[in-house]
Design a protein around this ligand. Structure first.
Ligand SMILES: NC(=O)c1ccc[n+]([C@@H]2O[C@H](COP(=O)([O-])OP(=O)(O)OC[C@H]3O[C@@H](n4cnc5c(N)ncnc54)[C@H](OP(=O)(O)O)[C@@H]3O)[C@@H](O)[C@H]2O)c1
Length: 233
């Protein structure tokens, strides 16, 4: 039996973290749909049987967002603009305005729960990564709006702020969760970030919470759920 009742939309599902979110939802037997820019890329990643679960579109297009969020109870966003490609839209258009548009329209269309993958150090304007179109500050503005919209009664948000992302297997490291953007450095596997995002759907301690997450020592784990208790201890 699934631990979450309802359907989850994964925005940015064909990205390097998004594809792990999809795997994690499948492992937890949770119903899902995908919001992706390219059907071809999604089929290449997930196989032809994914086609019925896709809505194709961009967070720049309100009508495409509205189509994607129909009959959705929760949304996990693994979207991020490509800050190193000068031809890509800037962080102000994707990481700020795109996420704010996604969160606003999702709420209007009945989505109750919003889980956003953001970044460590978003509250530090002088961080070197802000050289790239103020990407961290843009993410903070999006976070602020997600918190404002989804902290109303009947709604909930979870904002994950991972350290530098790596591409290894899940459940192979202890994790450190913290709040207040105090961690200055650290890395974490995209697969673990994805699993924590999915656990956040049905873990009450994760609701209406913003937290940082990085990995620690190597170890083989059965679940990442116990790490949520670090924040409230
Ligand atoms: N890289 C790091 O070390 C690091 C550290 C901390 C936090 N983060 C953040 O963590 C998140 C996930 O990172 P990642 O490395 O997994 O990202 P990624 O592989 O670059 O994937 C980003 C996803 O966003 C999608 N996207 C971009 N523009 C879009 C638009 N206009 N409309 C809809 N979707 C759009 C992309 O679509 P396509 O599949 O079509 O390209 C892609 O699926 C991002 O927000 C990133 O900024 C990254």
């Amino acid at each position: 039996m699934s631990e979450f009742k309802g359907s989850v939309l994964v925005a940015g599902a064909a990205g390097r973290t998004g594809k792990w979110v999809v795997k994690s939802l499948q492992a937890h037997n949770i119903s899902f749909r995908l919001f992706v820019r390219s059907a071809e890329k999604a089929v290449r990643l997930f196989g032809p049987e994914i086609i019925d679960r896709l809505t194709i579109g961009s967070v720049e297009q309100p009508a495409e967002i509205r189509a994607a969020v129909q009959n959705t109870q929760a949304l996990i966003s693994a979207i991020g603009g490509n800050v190193t490609d000068p031809s890509a839209p800037p962080p102000s258009a994707i990481d700020r305005d795109g996420i704010i548009r996604l969160a606003t329209l999702a709420k209007e269309e009945g989505v109750k729960q919003f889980i956003l993958i953001s970044s460590l150090s978003v509250t530090k304007p002088d961080h070197p990564l802000n050289k790239y179109g103020k990407v961290l500050s843009m993410k903070l503005e999006a976070e602020n709006e997600v918190r404002r919209l989804y902290s109303e009664p009947g709604f909930s948000y979870t904002i994950l702020r991972p350290g530098g992302l790596l591409d290894g297997a899940p459940l192979q490291h202890n994790l450190l969760f913290d709040t207040g953007d105090k961690l200055t450095t650290g890395v974490i596997q995209r697969s673990d970030v994805a699993e924590v995002a999915v656990l956040s759907l049905f873990t009450p301690e994760a609701h209406n919470l913003t937290f940082e997450l990085i990995e620690q020592d190597e170890v083989s784990l059965a679940s990442l759920a116990p790490f949520f208790s670090q924040i409230h201890s």
